[in-house]
Design a protein. Structure first.
Length: 290
């Protein structure tokens, strides 16, 4: 006799989940997403409004008439075209520098045993509790002695050459979980240390690379303190975050122009995250698992 299953109702299980629970979680996530994204939508809306409309319009998102000249003012008058180029150069170069030295350090810590390894990792973790502002004076003194102040290369080395403990630990955990047979087979084939690192290990660490890329790119793109002190005497080298000061006057602030500039500065960051988000999730999951 053929078994006939009872029809599904609103309270029956489907895939070990109940419909009311799914609906409740969906509505909760929808509300949280709306709350999370609202400030960004308000900023985009403010970039298209007149100055008085920003304050008189309250929480409304639809402008009475779109003021596209706010973007023109931010791009040309506030020199955001130059600031964007500076920020791209600094962020991309610093990210590449971090990927190189952090992946190499993480590879050695994750794959090799040596005397003092645990002490080194402990000291490395201890640096997480040192505020970044406490180290700015010796960093500036060193940069001044090396004649790197008031230059993009100085900013790149300072932003990309630091400890970056989180990136090192992430690479350490990811490399540590890879099978040792890969290295043993490569050594038998005559591969050198650099060949194993560059041709075998790095291609397998794409999720970790993407995760560190996003973390470093976001941090460098939004950095304010270091670019500020490195461009005191050369405003043409400012990055986008420092360039926001162009909208702040002595007696008034150009809020629509500032919102337009902030919107412009967020577009590249969003594109990078959208391109690498799948690998970012895999990298975080791999680091937690290890």
């Amino acid at each position: 006799m053929r078994n006939i299953s009872p029809p599904l109702t609103f309270g029956t299980k489907l895939g070990n989940l109940r419909y009311p629970r799914i609906l409740l979680v969906f509505l909760l996530l929808l509300v949280l997403s709306a709350i999370w994204i609202y400030p960004f939508l308000w900023m985009v809306s403010a970039s298209l409004k007149a100055p008085l409309e920003i304050f008189s319009g309250g929480l409304g998102l639809i402008p009475e008439m779109a003021k596209w000249e706010n973007y023109e003012r931010a791009w040309i008058d506030a020199d955001f075209s130059r600031y964007l180029l500076n920020t791209v150069i600094v962020a991309v170069s610093a990210t590449l520098l971090v990927l190189f030295h952090c992946s190499l350090t993480g590879y050695v810590l994750g794959r090799y045993s040596f005397a003092g390894k645990k002490v080194f990792i402990g000291v490395l973790i201890g640096t997480l509790f040192v505020p970044a502002g406490y180290t700015i004076i010796p960093v500036l003194e060193l940069a001044n002695r090396l004649h790197m102040l008031n230059s993009l290369w100085g900013m790149i080395i300072v932003l990309g050459g630091g400890g970056h403990t989180a990136a090192i630990l992430l690479f350490t955990g990811y490399f540590n979980q890879l099978p040792k047979e890969l290295e043993e087979a490569a050594i038998l084939d005559g591969a050198t240390f650099w060949q194993i690192y560059a041709r075998i290990m790095l291609p397998l660490a794409k999720p970790a690379l993407a995760t560190v890329t996003i973390m470093t790119f976001l941090s460098t793109w939004n950095s304010f303190f270091v670019p500020l002190v490195f461009t005191f005497s050369r405003p043409e080298l400012r990055t986008l975050s420092v360039g926001m000061q162009a909208f702040v006057g002595q007696h008034e602030t150009d809020w629509p122009g500032m919102a337009a500039g902030a919107t412009i500065s967020l577009i590249p960051v969003m594109l990078v995250f959208l391109l690498l988000q799948r690998y970012y999730i895999e990298g975080i999951a791999g680091a937690v698992k290890s």
